[in-house]
Design a protein. Structure first.
Length: 218
């Protein structure tokens, strides 16, 4: 038993009966066994949380494609993001013109900034992905077929390739926000690489509105 009630009493001098005292003793030993059973039950029955992963499109293994062709990105499809300090975000399309600061464009991490720009550039793929998701909801295609077709759409020839470059002053949150937009906008081809000195010069030149270029020219 987990609890016992003990009574104690006696007689006082003069024949009067002493008042009985009841002492309650609770034994917590069975609680240890019950707690161990509960812990074991939850360990066996509770599913552990799975780590969230980000889908990445790997280069093609086709032997007919040369290494130069795999690493080369068409200028018309390339978008380079430059992440600066103070939540500053710049981008340029195609090959950069380091002599013209106006070739750099400034945007924000808000939905009407980076996301709107990427959705416009990836409009065709986004529409195909939405149609594919609807087919999956209607149970017209299996999960395996969905993932296969989704990968093909995201890695299509006409889809943009995003190059993400962060300065040392950019925050980790800025990088995570940029990667989140890749998933939201169905960008299948993107890469994180080190920022070049010329890119940092372009950013400083943009902020100073061309003063650096004029000083170099003089």
């Amino acid at each position: 038993m987990m609890a016992e009630i003990q009574e104690s009493g006696g007689k006082k001098k003069g024949g009067k009966t002493k008042q009985k005292k009841m002492t309650v003793r609770v034994d917590f030993t069975p609680m240890v066994d019950m707690n161990m059973l509960l812990i074991t039950f939850f360990m066996l029955c509770t599913s552990l949380s799975k780590p969230q992963t980000m889908e990445i499109s790997m280069p093609s293994n086709d032997k007919d494609i040369t290494e130069e062709q795999q690493s080369k990105v068409k200028a018309s499809q390339a978008i380079t993001l430059l992440l600066g300090e103070g939540d500053k975000l710049y981008y340029y399309e195609g090959e950069p013109n380091y002599k013209d600061y106006s070739s750099l464009k400034e945007t924000t991490y808000k939905p009407d900034g980076l996301r709107e720009m990427l959705l416009k550039r990836n409009r065709a793929a986004v529409q195909e992905v939405n149609e594919l998701k609807q087919q999956k909801l209607d149970l017209k295609i299996s999960q395996e077929d969905y993932e296969k077709q989704l990968s093909e759409i995201k890695s299509g020839k006409d889809t943009p390739t995003v190059i993400i470059k962060a300065t040392d002053d950019a925050s980790y949150k800025n990088l995570i926000d940029a990667l989140d937009e890749m998933q939201i906008c169905d960008i299948g081809k993107y890469v994180i690489t080190q920022i070049a000195d010329a890119d940092e010069f372009l950013m400083k030149n943009y902020e100073s509105k061309g003063e650096l270029t004029q000083n170099i020219a003089e």
